[in-house]
Design a protein around this ligand. Structure first.
Ligand SMILES: [Zn+2]
Length: 260
């Protein structure tokens, strides 16, 4: 294996161990999959055009499928401020091509639905040299990989918790909840607005990308972090589908590090 060494600061030197952890929920079209906001299921069907059917089992010469999905609701996806603006911004142009230093932390939400700044601060030993933060919530049931989220029991982050994250210059945030914001919040998306550096929602203003102070930032939702991966420092390789869209299916990979 090619050896890569990482220096985060004068006294933080690491090398890769070769362990790579995939934080994405694999999309199994037509089958069990996570779901947010009551969106239709992500589906796949054979292409049918001019008498051709894209299904070998049905007599076609090859398999060629047509997929239908809502990236924001059907599974692991990465989005940018373009999710909230009247003008267009594509997320695939914002994901870092090179790996970035990331910290994985865990927050217990067994007794709470809302994650505020205090709960976040208790679980986060801040490392000022990382630009990505990965947050795993517990209980961390395997059923997160196909959970249908509802208005009653979906956890979320408060705007002040997100303000703490922004204050630490976190440009890439990854969470295992379906959204930073509550399932229903009258369209305010207050936590999203803090993360992307937009004016507060109570102005009810329709906003443009140019009003964002954090148009470089990305937010990844509906990841799944297996129990076996310890809270630690990693390199994040944030892979996103090359779709010209504000939020696209993604595959965040964490590369494990060890101190040298
Ligand atoms: Zn989203």
């Amino acid at each position: 294996m090619t050896q890569l060494t990482v220096t985060l600061s004068d006294d933080q030197h690491y090398q890769m161990t070769g362990d790579v952890h995939d934080l994405s929920i694999r999309q199994t079209f037509n089958e069990q999959q996570p779901n947010h906001f009551g969106a239709p299921t992500a589906t796949i069907e054979p292409l049918e055009v001019d008498g051709f059917v894209g299904d070998v089992a049905s007599g076609g010469s090859c398999n060629a499928s047509r997929i239908t999905m809502v990236p924001h609701c059907n599974g692991t996806h990465t989005e940018c401020v373009g999710h909230l603006t009247k003008d267009f911004l594509a997320v695939d142009e914002l994901c870092p091509a090179l790996p970035v230093a990331a910290q994985l932390i865990t927050i217990d939400i067994s007794n709470r639905k809302q994650i505020g700044a205090e709960a976040l601060a208790q679980s986060w030993s801040i490392n000022p040299h990382v630009s990505a933060l990965v947050i795993r919530t517990t209980p961390n049931l395997n059923s997160k990989q196909y959970r249908r989220y509802g208005a009653e029991d979906t956890a979320f982050f408060t705007p002040d918790a997100v303000a703490l994250i922004v204050s630490q210059n976190i440009d890439h945030l990854l969470i295992d909840l379906p959204s930073l914001d509550p399932y229903h919040d009258d369209g305010k998306l207050a936590a999203h607005r803090v993360f992307f550096g937009l004016p507060a929602a109570d102005t009810q203003a329709v906003v443009s990308v140019s009003e964002s102070t954090r148009a470089h930032a990305t937010l990844t939702e509906m990841i799944f972090v297996p129990k076996t991966i310890p809270d630690d420092l990693y390199l994040l390789n944030l892979q996103v589908a090359p779709f010209a869209i504000d939020g696209a299916p993604s595959r965040p990979l964490l590369w494990a590090l060890e101190t040298t």
